[in-house]
Write a protein that binds this ligand. Structure first.
Ligand SMILES: Cc1cc2nc3c(=O)[nH]c(=O)nc-3n(C[C@H](O)[C@H](O)[C@H](O)COP(=O)(O)OP(=O)(O)OC[C@H]3O[C@@H](n4cnc5c(N)ncnc54)[C@H](O)[C@@H]3O)c2cc1C
Length: 343
């Protein structure tokens, strides 16, 4: 990750936090994140649906917490002081038999044995390698803004989400100042405004909890289209896609960053077992190793999005009724199963 694109809180699962041991920044991550002590889902009007502390299985595997994205980027940057950093953005690429060349927007070029595109959901490297890939669009947008910890509608370390019809609000607490991060969709299923295009947030909604409903007028909103991408391929002979560039994630299961970290570790491992001539083979093994696990996690995020992003009051009532009757911790089931599998 580069330093651009700061601005929201990342829930990290042990899938991802475990990886940080290998680059020596795990303990700093734990220090700078807030351990998730409880997850609570409420209806749009605040009725309790489900609440649970972390299952012991999670703690056995590693740290589960929330960290400002910028802090994670900073920690990863500090982990390798010997890496040369450049500010330019990739605008085009070329693969040849022995390596790849990236053209940056400042007019310079970078050449190496391999180009790794870890440039997010809108990846220029992916477009350069494969051409445009179809977006999976939920039709919803997510607005994020920061509030004072005093207004956080739950206890310290508790993530709380309000599952309404036509709205979804999550409040994600962060350490020290406990500045929570709330996210919500805009009301309606019309094609959402894109970031920078302006947005209309209603000043009051009938189906919202009173304390966590609307951003204060002074709030700085950031808009995120709720779309993802699944690349047809992850690799060329000398180009690899990683993280959201390969398989992008909706934030609904909070898994995208953890999957990106896991994939980075797998790619590093494969590359540590080859020389420059064998890079194409290492990349094939990397894709075979990672792709099905990552796409399964993406499916889980999409399924959750289908359940959460509904404007139908009937569907929302049914969904909430089911969740309220299900055993606590059920929502975490697929993630726990993944943790038990080798990566
Ligand atoms: C509002 C929101 C909340 C989310 N919440 C969570 C969560 O709680 N937990 C979770 O796991 N996931 C969450 N996600 C998803 C998560 O952010 C991504 O899955 C994750 O960040 C992917 O990491 P990445 O490194 O692949 O891409 P990114 O984090 O997107 O990083 C890509 C980087 O590449 C840079 N870049 C872009 N284009 C270029 C270019 N042409 N050249 C060079 N650099 C470029 C960008 O500036 C950026 O720094 C959330 C997403 C959103 C939008």
């Amino acid at each position: 990750m580069t330093t651009a694109g700061r601005g929201y809180a990342l829930a990290l699962w042990p899938h991802g936090t475990r990886v940080l041991h290998s680059v020596g920044v795990h303990d700093q991550l734990v220090e700078r994140s807030l351990t998730t002590r409880r997850y609570t889902a409420r209806s749009g009007s605040g009725a309790l649906l489900t609440t649970a502390g972390p299952p012991p299985a999670i703690e056995r595997h590693g740290h589960w917490g929330i960290v400002p994205r910028a802090d994670l980027v900073e920690l990863l940057g500090a982990a390798r002081a010997d890496v040369e950093r450049r500010d330019g953005r990739v605008v085009a690429l070329e693969e040849h038999r022995a390596g790849a060349v990236a053209l940056l927007d400042d007019g310079t070029t970078l050449e190496g044995d391999l180009l790794v595109g870890a440039d997010g959901v809108g990846s220029a490297v992916r477009t350069g390698l494969l051409g445009p890939q179809a977006r999976h669009d939920t039709g919803w947008s997510c607005a994020t803004w920061w509030i004072d910890s005093a207004d956080h509608p739950a206890a310290l370390g508790e993530t709380v989400e309000f599952w309404g019809a036509g709205t979804f609000i999550g409040a994600y607490p962060l350490p020290r100042t406990r500045l929570p991060h709330r996210r919500r969709s805009l009301v309606g299923r019309a094609r959402p405004p894109r970031p920078g295009a302006g947005c209309v947030v209603p000043s009051a909604e009938p189906d919202c909890p009173p304390t966590a409903c609307c951003p204060p007028p002074s709030a700085e909103l950031t808009l995120w289209p709720m779309t993802d991408v699944r690349s047809d391929r992850w690799i060329g002979d000398r180009v690899a896609l990683l993280g959201d560039a390969a398989t992008a994630f909706l934030p609904t299961a909070g898994m995208g960053a953890s999957m990106a970290l896991e994939s980075a570790a797998a790619l590093a491992d494969e590359l540590s077992r080859c020389d420059a001539a064998q890079v194409p083979n290492a990349l094939r093994l990397y894709e075979r190793w990672r792709r099905s696990r990552v796409e399964r996690a993406q499916r889980q995020s999409r399924m959750l999005a289908r359940a959460l992003f509904t404007s139908s009051h009937l569907c929302a009532r049914l969904r909430n009724g089911l969740v309220a009757r299900a055993p606590a911790g059920l929502l975490l089931g697929p993630l726990l199963r993944d943790l038990e599998e080798p990566v």
